[in-house]
Design a protein around this ligand. Structure first.
Ligand SMILES: [Zn+2]
Length: 447
């Protein structure tokens, strides 16, 4: 629950951290290059009483900058995406109107109103219609039919028990699959992972890949810094104990400050933990938020009934009796969206969906293999994995199958409900869940 004071603190921290990080990187680069590599290894100052070690100095400089560059670029890319391409869902009409009213009222009365996207209302985000809610139309805002086309023109989407997509009462908008309302920014974010104070925003589908790259490169960089600093700190300390050393206290201080192994080690451990947990999320194809109730979550999905089945569905003598609730789009009447259709709706542009539930703990977006799941975030080539340039394949929502690629869980649900495509020989539709696995769930982005 983010209060206004916490929000302001988050903003202040997020604005402070980038310049602090930049300062730390500039200082560390100077200290490694000048006092350590040039003045101590390559052209040792006379006071050190040592011969030059050009190879070691040059190698350390080269490796240092080779590791520094991807770390900095991935951070800049992460920062850019979080600030300018955060993956927010647009606000609903009612919310925009409320905002305008609140602004006008504020101007007129010179003080805040209590309606609109004020902190009080933002704190109602708990009332969001989340995926395992049994409620319908929770909250103050009325669910409109506007914007439903982008859901029912796909074959599968996450829905409430009445077949409508999930609804955010704060944004007054339907939430696309896996979108989550972030209280810190007061907006719904597509495939939100977490709010990150390091970059002052939400890590989401547009930035999660760059976040993984940043923490991984930082971990490698810190490991290298740890090894170098531990080695030379030990060497310098040994030298100090020698009676003939003439190294000044000041110079010793500079090198120690710049190459302090404890800090590199701590930061390295921190980023190693972040890297491991982020990669684990990628392997399971879940977000940090979804991970909170990963073992108990039940997803409710609207899965389109194929056209060729619609005739059987409403035929009086049909032996094929559906065992699931259905919803037909466009909605006939806002008050009765879940009324089973009594007439064949296949004429015209009707989209009929079966409302099906996963078992607790099942993830419909798990593609069945760790590599396939990671590819959805990192990309399909080695360059995609290493370079912080291209976006994640999962951020491409052009597939008409679903908002995100779907895995074997959805194939099984289709089979069990008798919605799987007919066998190639045109025989009857299989009812057994084990009579051949469908592979329709591949999104075009996987091709
Ligand atoms: Zn929202």
């Amino acid at each position: 629950m983010a209060s206004p004071a916490q929000k302001r603190a988050n903003v202040v921290v997020s604005r402070l951290i980038p310049p602090v990080l930049l300062g730390a990187v500039i200082y560390a680069s100077y200290a490694v290059t000048k006092p350590l590599c040039i003045d101590y290894l390559i052209h040792p100052l006379p006071s050190y009483n040592r011969g030059p070690r050009v190879g070691a100095g040059a190698a350390i400089i080269a490796i240092y900058y080779v590791l520094l560059i991807p770390m900095v670029i991935s951070y800049l890319q992460l920062y850019y995406q979080v600030l300018w391409n955060p993956g927010y869902l647009p606000l609903g009409e009612q919310r925009v109107a409320d905002d305008e009213k609140a602004m006008q009222s504020k101007r007129r009365h010179g003080k805040k109103r209590t309606r609109g996207p004020d902190p009080e209302k933002t704190n109602q985000a708990d009332a969001d219609v989340e995926r395992d809610s049994n409620s319908t139309a929770v909250g103050t805002a009325v669910q409109s039919d506007f914007g439903l086309e982008s859901f029912y023109t796909k074959d599968v989407f996450v829905c409430q028990t009445d077949g409508r997509p999930l609804w955010c009462t704060t944004c007054c908008q339907y939430k696309t699959d896996r979108a989550h309302h972030c209280r810190e920014v007061g907006r719904c974010v597509q495939k939100m992972d977490h709010y990150c104070p390091w970059v002052g925003g939400v890590v989401s589908e547009t930035s999660f890949k760059f976040f993984i790259q940043f923490v991984a490169y930082t971990c490698i960089f810190c490991t290298f810094a740890l090894i170098v600093s531990a080695y030379f700190t030990a060497e310098i300390r040994r030298q100090v104990r020698l009676p003939r050393t003439t190294m000044s206290t000041r110079r010793l201080l500079v090198i120690n400050l710049s190459t302090r192994p404890e800090e590199s080690g701590l930061f390295g451990l921190f980023t190693a933990g972040m890297t491991l947990s982020s990669v684990q999320m990628g392997i399971f194809n879940i977000t940090t938020i979804e991970n909170l109730n990963r073992r108990t979550a039940v997803w409710t999905l609207a899965i389109r009934v194929p056209e060729y089945l619609l005739d059987r569905l409403w035929a009086a003598e049909s032996p094929w009796a559906p065992t699931f609730r259905m919803v037909s789009y466009p909605l006939q009447s806002p008050s009765s969206p879940t009324q089973p259709q009594t007439t064949n709706p296949s004429s015209g542009e009707r989209h009929v969906f079966a409302i099906l539930h996963t078992l607790p703990g099942e993830n419909p977006f798990d593609l069945g293999s760790p590599l396939k799941n990671l590819q959805q975030v990192m990309g399909y080539t080695v360059f995609d994995w290493l370079l912080p340039i291209k976006h994640s394949p999962c951020a491409d929502h052009s597939s008409m199958e679903s908002h995100f690629a779907l895995g074997p869980v959805v194939a099984r649900l289709r089979q069990e409900a008798g919605l799987a495509p007919p066998p190639e020989n045109g025989a009857a539709v299989p009812r057994s869940p084990h009579s051949g696995q469908s592979h329709q769930e591949k999104s075009p982005s996987e091709q």
